[in-house]
Design a protein around this ligand. Sequence first.
Ligand SMILES: Cc1cc2nc3c(=O)[nH]c(=O)nc-3n(C[C@H](O)[C@H](O)[C@H](O)COP(=O)(O)O)c2cc1C
Ligand code: SF4
Length: 419
Amino acid sequence: MESYLLKNINLPDLKLLKTALDFGAYNGFLKCLDSYSPKDVVEEIEASGLRGRGGGWYSTGQKWNSLKRVKNKPAYFCCNCSEGEPGSFKDRLIIEKNPHLLLEGVAIASYALGVNTAYICVRGEFTEATEILKKSLTDAKAKKLLGKNIHNTGYDLKIIIFRTGGNYICGEETALLNSLEGWPATPREKPPYPAEAGLYGCPTIINNVETVSNIPYIINNGVDWFSAIGCRECPGNMLFSISGHVKKPGVYEIPIGSFTLREIIDQFAGGPNNGHSIKAVIPGGGSSGFLSQKELDITMNPDSLKKIGSSFGTGSIIVMGDQADIVKMTRKLAKFFRDESCKNECEICKKGSIELTYHLLQIEKGEGKSENLSKIHKTIESMKDGGICAMPQTASSVIKSALQRFPHEFNNKIANKVS
Ligand SMILES: Cc1cc2nc3c(=O)[nH]c(=O)nc-3n(C[C@H](O)[C@H](O)[C@H](O)COP(=O)(O)O)c2cc1C
Ligand code: SF4
């Protein structure tokens, strides 16, 4: 099992340009500038089968191909470093430990898309990551690896580092674009999609940090190398953020589709804490919902999780041991979705998330009645039709997954009035 994204991650100086160059940083970008046309790069990425790691798992090559260039309008590239998904902490690791990998990926994507201005949108709270990235950008520009007339090829690339407001909805790509334009971070109605009319109405491609970080390796090592890792539908390695009641929480690089959820938890994260067993697992970040311990033998790839009504999301595995209070965890997630929605005009999103949080809190406190449960079920139904973005469906399906798999936890608190 070959690791590449995290290969040298523990070298203390990897964030310094000199060290990064010693380990091959920017070779892929220079190879593109020297020997590939932008079209060649897009074709290479499409042929590799790379799928976006930001949660939606779109084909990166197809997304790039969908860019609709308009005469006299620039195109933009945005790298999404919002990382607001509960349980996810892998993007920040890349920025802080290997910033030149990210910058090189952004440079290759920009070159491929004919972009001269790219944005890296970093979550507001990531102060240290932002500083590291800014310094790395300055150093790379000083070496003519980025900026004007890169390596005397005539290609100019201005990269702008932008700090978002920091809330969860800023990660939704159109909210991110509004935020970049100086508006409140509220999702836009789609269509038009950003590839057609994105930043300032210009065609824009948005990709996640981890997606972008795969790109230099694909260019350097080739499509056959990449396609041989992971599974056919989803090649490559994935960074799994594993947290909760496990012996060794952390970020692990694992080929997609090669292990079951149970194997990942046991073999990489050391299994549940001593003396405990697993009660529940959230497999792909807060928005992917709950699985029970009976479902842990599922192969970890986006398609198999979709089949059971869950999602691979950002590969953020949250493990809950037998000591976990599922009602409390469910209420915390409901509150998260309530607080982190954009509070735009979608009535069902605002009202639904407030109601879910309220009724769950009553049950958690030992003050719940069966009516609270009925109201939760009714609210879940009403949120299915959704608002401008997927937030209401996501919030309601997460709560539904807990109620379906752990009804006894809710019923027990109601029947016995226990908190
Ligand atoms: C509510 C919400 C939050 C999101 N948060 C993030 C995020 O923090 N980081 C991210 O890369 N994508 C996030 N996304 C997905 C983005 O909208 C977009 O699909 C992604 O950045 C595209 O990159 P990819 O194609 O490389 O996966 C979020 C989507 C939604 C609906
Ligand atoms: S559904 Fe919710 S989060 Fe999405 S745009 Fe509407 S109010 Fe905002």
